[in-house]
Design a protein around this ligand. Structure first.
Ligand code: NAP
Length: 250
């Protein structure tokens, strides 16, 4: 047993890609999963249907995480429904192409609003409940881009650098409340977000990955589950690189 049985786990962007894989994996280990999404209700419903069909339970919740009030309402609803919020996975994010010489300000603002403000809103909204119940886990999803930068995607890289920094700050700040805050920083993973780039730039990308392949969403979901589990009670403020070795070779 991993210690997540019956725990209430909120996963932002739980409807597709890495979030979907995490939702299914947590459910396999008997957690109750809240599948947050923003634009595609069908995808979220499919994840919930899969969970229910395999004997699990959970709910979907539509909410744009860049909207602070909507996020507060989401956490309130989850708490009223289940009576606790044990784990928050700050996974939802966008990866928008933004060459600096023709960067639309809107792309910059939207990237920061979802990838950074979204993490802040969800964390701020969930912490009072976790404090009240004596602890919790927060797992943020960053990226290799947040550690080494990413040409043509500088707002994204900046946003993920901020997520890493938020992880470290919140880990120290929330430690007295027994709230452990960690981060998973994936490299290339096969999802809708990366599909086009992985196809178009396959050779170039593979040169940067010692394991010579992109990861599967499940390979990110397992480290997320670990950080929420009974195996990670003495970890906080950690950035877990899950990238086939790619940060090591440029
Ligand atoms: N894939 C990679 O190669 C890779 C690499 C490094 C890091 N990451 C990070 O891993 C995380 C997940 O990426 P992914 O590849 O799984 O992405 P994805 O397949 O594009 O899925 C994104 C998820 O986020 C949700 N979402 C987007 N904007 C939202 C908003 N404003 N409010 C609430 N939910 C929102 C989407 O729901 P809707 O469709 O309903 O909007 C969807 O469930 C992201 O933080 C990403 O930056 C991914």
């Amino acid at each position: 047993m991993l210690g997540v049985e019956e725990k209430v786990v909120v996963i932002t962007g739980g409807s597709r890609g890495i979030g979907r894989a995490a939702a299914l994996l947590f459910s396999c280990h008997e957690a109750k999963v809240v599948i947050n999404f923003n634009a595609h209700p069908q995808a979220a419903q499919q994840v919930l249907d899969e969970i229910v069909a395999t004997g699990g339970s959970g709910m979907t919740y539509c909410c744009d995480i860049s909207d602070r009030q909507a996020v507060e309402q989401m956490m309130r609803t989850v708490f009223e429904t289940y009576g606790s919020i044990d784990v928050l996975v700050n996974n939802a994010g966008v990866w928008l192409h933004a060459p600096i010489e023709k960067l639309p300000y809107d792309v910059y603002k939207r990237t920061l609003a979802i990838n950074v403000d979204g993490v802040m809103h969800c964390t701020e909204a969930v912490v009072p409940y976790m404090i009240r119940q004596g602890g919790g886990r927060i797992i943020n999803i960053a990226s290799t881009a947040g550690q080494r930068g990413e040409p043509q995607y500088s707002p994204y890289a900046a946003s993920k650098g901020a997520v890493i920094s938020l992880t470290k700050s919140h880990a120290v700040e929330l430690a007295p409340h027994n709230i452990l805050v960690n981060c998973v920083a994936p490299g290339w993973v096969h999802t809708e977000m990366s599909a086009e780039a992985l196809l178009a730039e396959q050779e170039t990308i593979m040169r940067t990955i010692p394991l010579k392949r992109a990861g599967q969403p499940e390979e990110i979901a397992w480290p997320i589950l670990f950080l929420a589990s009974a195996g990670a009670t003495y970890m906080t403020g950690e950035i877990m690189n899950v990238n086939g070795g790619s940060v090591l070779c440029g």
